[in-house]
Design a protein around this ligand. Structure first.
Ligand code: FEO
Length: 174
């Protein structure tokens, strides 16, 4: 049976993953309506990825004798100034999620819940991959600056990347 402190920390993480999903959805909508169909496809897919993370936590808590609870969510921003702005915010958000996964791992250590700690390690690996992917994209966007041709090319690249991506949840090992 999962301890209350661990259950509560996971419930908070469920909220964060659900918020991440909606945040990327709002960004995908902005990209789709501002001439970046490739970035939109990429972010729609990230929305599904975050939904997958949320479900993974939900099933885990329920399977361990706890009960997942859904919380109220903040409204995500709906407007962005540029593609660079979008991906700067994605990067900041992923860094925040990585920090929160580390906090969650810390709770499992304090509570000596090594089974959950082991489960959380999947997310630690996942965050390394997500941060690395987002940094690569952000670096490319920063490099092209205001060059419209370069931006068009990056958008095409994001479309190709999305088409080649594995199903949500298949990116981290375990
Ligand atoms: Fe669920 Fe993008 O981390």
């Amino acid at each position: 049976m999962i301890k209350k402190a661990v259950e509560s920390a996971i419930i908070e993480q469920i909220r964060r993953e659900e918020h991440s999903s909606r945040l990327y959805l709002s960004m995908a909508i902005w990209c789709e309506t501002n001439g970046f169909p490739g970035a939109a496809a990429f972010l729609y897919r990230q929305t599904e990825e975050e939904r997958f993370h949320q479900l993974k936590f939900i099933h885990y808590v329920n399977d361990r004798g706890g009960k997942a609870v859904l919380m109220a969510l903040d409204q995500p921003a709906n407007d962005y100034t540029s593609l660079l702005d979008v991906f700067q915010k994605v990067m900041l958000h992923e860094e925040y999620v990585s920090a929160s996964i580390n906090e969650l791992y810390e709770v499992t250590l304090i509570e000596k819940d090594y089974t959950t700690g082991n489960f959380i390690q999947w997310f630690i690996t996942e965050q390394i991959e997500e941060e690395s992917t987002m940094k690569t994209i952000l670096d490319k966007i920063s490099l092209v600056g205001d060059d419209k041709g370069g931006m068009f090319h990056i958008d095409k690249e994001l479309a190709a990347m999305t088409a080649a991506a594995p199903a949500p949840g298949a990116s981290a090992t375990a």
